[in-house]
Ligand binder design. Structure first.
Ligand code: COA
Ligand code: AMP
Length: 629
């Protein structure tokens, strides 16, 4: 069957489609049905099944004779180490870790925060939680203490598992002081913290609270897999919304297993045993779905890469990893390719490696610009598939179903909706717009298995953020269009979320940091186009009356505050002092217009603008930063 037949089959019989997909998973009790719609518009999948994620990702492969297959390759150019862990080793290590967590009181439903760099132990920690039915929440290492603290207070973990440090090119990032700093700020305190000591930095342990990763596992009984209900939360992953409070995206166990398993062949076109590589970080959704769970559930070898596309040691690193480990399908963010192209525009370094094992490149996380796609196609000589999804969905909304049938690529479009997604383009009033016209992208409810059922501790926010604007639909927050062939085109966010080097950040959260500076009366942060990172944030500061201090000093302090409060990953380096901000008569700051001025893009002066002259002041300020020229 081709893509259209499969998509139609899903549309005609979603229940049958997803029950069939569910049969590829080992259940302790098969669910009686797929969709549970009693609480619509809140939906659940496979709720009355009983299942364990770790069993499906690890143990069952050992049972089925894949025990000696490599499950995880740790390739770490920043530490000079390459390690391989087979499925049987992984099973033993995870069972032991889970046993030690259980011995210290971690049970089904308890939350565990994981704050670790790109080492296999991060995946082992995730899988050990899954083995017990504990709910993990991984926090990206590039976030500062206060971001970690917000997540600790929101999900109230019984335990925190951290590493002593992460390795960024040229510097060791000490995680332990960041963790200690976060715990000093928190109201909630975990019962205990497990610290994985790396040789690059051995952290001080806090007596009575911290235990050593190896020491606390000694002599305990390994844990068996604990079956959980299909709707039991597998994990919480915080992502940026429009305010400073991140949204805790919940993933339910059954749908997560079924959907990810389905994607590995149908989208990424790999068979069990093949090597799959997603060059991202376990702290992001790509890391959850495609470094840890997806490949392991499907019996693939996954690569945990601790390095950067450039500088570790050079722009040929990706090609080395692909050739050395025989990668079949490779997934990364367009920004990584822009970084490589900038260093090695002709792809000369590729000549040193045989990458004939590679079948396709998959790009996601931000808009894939045509230049980058064309360059990647030219140097790699394999299809380059853009695909569009979000932390909330956990897997592809629109992509090219290469494992079913590769569809013709239209550069700039992530191709077509996957089965499970009825994607519509709506106008402000919620009516579908004609083909080829721009509108808000919405997905008809119910969302498919694997998508978020709600936000952690925030059902109202879930309804308000995603379900309220267009009743009967999930609002994606992206704007775009559908063409006459059903291809989707994703153009921009409709909210204050920006994408910096494939990392999703909230300009609202950054504004909250700037507003906390004692000399700042009002501020705005907008994302302006950047050749490498896609977007970078720029801050506009209106100072409190009577402040006479040097603007450069104030800006320097703001940049430092952002690094300390959100983290280096915000890449906030540019700000400018202005007299006034452009607003509508109702007081809404015209951020989108400011971004368009910065990018020299065409824009219409909004009819409701309070004072159009302010736009000229903004243009002049941006010119001072090298934009709007
Ligand atoms: N722990 C601590 N700090 C981290 C970190 C981590 N896990 N990850 C990033 N940082 C820091 C970096 O050291 C950098 O700090 P600096 O300002 O002191 O230099 C800052 O956060 C910004 O990092 P990054 O976004 O990685 O930018 P970069 O300039 O170092 O590198 C790219 C640019 C394009 C090479 C890099 O962003 C990249 O590889 N992107 C791939 C995209 C990706 O994986 N996206 C995930 C979604 S698919
Ligand atoms: P995240 O939740 O971090 O994965 O970010 C999701 C957001 O990134 C989406 O809502 C889009 O705005 C953007 N995005 C992700 N993939 C793509 C893509 N292929 N094309 C355009 N935008 C994308």
């Amino acid at each position: 069957m081709g893509y259209h037949e499969i998509y139609d089959r899903w549309k005609q019989d979603p229940e049958g489609f997803w029950m069939d997909a569910a049969r590829a998973i080992d259940w302790d009790r098969m669910p009686s049905k797929a969709l549970f719609d009693e609480n619509a518009p809140l939906y659940e999948w496979f709720s009355d099944g009983m299942v364990n994620t770790c069993w499906n990702a690890v143990d069952r492969h050992v049972e089925q004779g894949r025990g000696d297959q490599v499950a995880i390759i740790h390739d770490s150019p920043v530490s000079g180490v390459t390690r391989r862990i087979t499925f049987v080793n992984l099973r033993n290590r995870v069972a032991q870790l889970a046993g030690a967590l259980r011995a210290k009181g971690v049970e089904k439903g308890d939350r565990v925060i994981i704050y670790m760099p790109m080492i296999p132990e991060a995946l082992e920690a995730m899988l050990a939680c899954a083995r017990l039915g504990a709910v993990h929440s991984v926090v990206f290492g590039g976030f500062a203490s206060s971001e970690l603290a917000v997540r600790i207070d929101d999900c109230k973990p019984k335990a925190i598992i951290a590493a002593s440090c992460g390795l960024e090119p040229g510097r060791v990032v000490q995680y332990k002081p960041l963790l200690d700093g976060a715990l000093e700020r928190c109201n909630h305190q975990p019962d205990f913290c497990v610290i994985f000591q790396r040789e690059q930095d051995v952290a001080q342990l806090v007596e009575g609270r911290d235990v050593n990763w190896h020491g606390f596992q000694y002599g305990v009984e390994p844990a068996e897999c604990v079956p959980v209900e299909g709707n039991h939360p597998a994990y919480i992953l915080y992502t940026s919304g429009t305010t400073g409070a991140p949204k805790g995206v919940v993933r339910s166990t059954g749908g997560h297993l079924v959907a990810l398993n389905w994607t590995m062949k149908n989208i990424y076109n790999v068979d069990p045993g093949d090597v799959f590589w997603a060059a991202s970080d376990v702290g992001w959704v790509v890391g959850h779905s495609y470094i840890c769970y997806g490949p392991l559930i499907h019996g693939n070898t996954t690569i945990v890469f601790e390095g950067k596309p450039v500088g570790t040691p050079d722009a040929g690193t990706f090609w080395r990893v692909i050739s050395e480990h025989k990668v079949r399908s490779f997934f990364t963010a367009p920004t990584a390719f822009r970084a490589i192209k900038r260093e090695d525009p002709k792809g000369e370094l590729l000549k040193n490696y045989d990458i004939s094992c590679l079948r396709a490149l998959y790009l996601a996380g931000e808009r894939a610009d045509p230049d980058t796609i064309e360059w990647a196609q030219k140097v790699l000589q394999v299809p380059v598939y853009d695909h569009w999804w979000q932390t909330e969905t956990g897997w592809t909304i629109a992509g090219n179903p290469a494992g079913i049938e590769p569809l013709p690529i239209k550069i700039g479009s992530p191709t077509v909706a996957m089965p499970g997604y009825d994607v519509q383009i709506l106008d402000e009033a919620g009516h579908p717009v004609p083909t080829g016209e721009l509108g808000a992208i919405a997905i008809k409810l119910p969302l498919p298995p694997g998508n978020l059922p709600t936000l952690w501790n925030a059902e109202d926010r879930f309804r308000k953020s995603y379900l309220k604007h267009f009743p009967g639909y999930y609002e994606t927050g992206d704007a775009g269009m559908k063409d006459e062939d059903g291809y989707l085109w994703i153009m921009a966010r409709t909210d204050d979320v920006i994408n910096v080097a494939g990392h999703r950040l909230s300009t609202g959260a950054m504004e909250e940091v700037l507003a906390a500076h004692p000399d700042v009366a009002e501020c705005a942060v907008v994302g302006v186009s950047d050749d490498l990172k896609g977007h970078v944030p720029v801050g506009f500061l209106c100072l409190t009356k009577g402040v006479e201090r040097s603007h450069a000093e104030i800006i320097k302090e703001c940049v430092k505050m952002m690094r300390d409060r959100i983290g280096p990953v915000a890449a906030f380096k540019l700000a400018v002092v202005v007299e006034r901000l452009p607003k509508t008569r109702s007081g809404k700051i015209l951020r989108a217009t400011m971004a368009k001025i910065a990018d020299n893009a065409e824009f219409k002066i909004p009819a409701t603008i309070e004072d159009p002259a302010i736009l000229d002041e903004i243009r002049t300020a941006l010119q001072g930063l090298g934009y709007a020229r």
